[in-house]
Ligand binder design. Sequence first.
Ligand code: COA
Length: 151
Amino acid sequence: MNDALRLEVITPDNVGAACKIKVAPDQEAFVAPVVESLAEAYASYATAWPRLVYAGDEPVAFVMGGFDPNAEIEFFRCGIWRLNVAAEHQGKGYGRFATEAVFEEARRRGGNRATVLWKPGEKGPEGFYRKIGFKPTGEEFYGQLVGAIDL
Ligand SMILES: CC(C)(COP(=O)(O)OP(=O)(O)OC[C@H]1O[C@@H](n2cnc3c(N)ncnc32)[C@H](O)[C@@H]1OP(=O)(O)O)[C@@H](O)C(=O)NCCC(=O)NCCS
């Protein structure tokens, strides 16, 4: 099987598959369900960048970049808005691939810094984001910590 990783835009053909991407139950407190992110993407169509990650023919993760250069809050201008790797596919490098895809899109748009917000907690993504290279900025937003990385 060819399990090369790639991104696809969300279309009528794959939106159902996107909504079936589920994180582990004890991770649900740390990320919105894909269906909610897609509703937000619809409402924020000018700034949301939702994509489905495939390994070969199989959808394995959902990622949503946020690109809003005019946002008043600096950490909402360019970064990772959502990331959900299917529970059964975690630990295979798909999360890293998805973050790098957002970075590539950010650079394409002229960005040189990306941000992410995470909720602290034992089952949360902080260790992952630190591994990717995000550093906490010291800012907090409604209980979430802000991390940033130079691109
Ligand atoms: C956090 C999450 C996105 C990581 O995705 P993943 O595909 O399992 O991560 P990867 O396999 O790409 O891991 C990349 C690196 O991070 C490390 N890593 C992954 N999760 C980690 C964690 N919780 N703590 C420390 N390191 C971690 C991996 O060991 C790997 O290191 P390596 O490059 O040295 O091998 C995934 O666990 C997830 O979807 N969690 C639930 C939803 C969530 O919290 N999303 C983020 C919302 S802000």
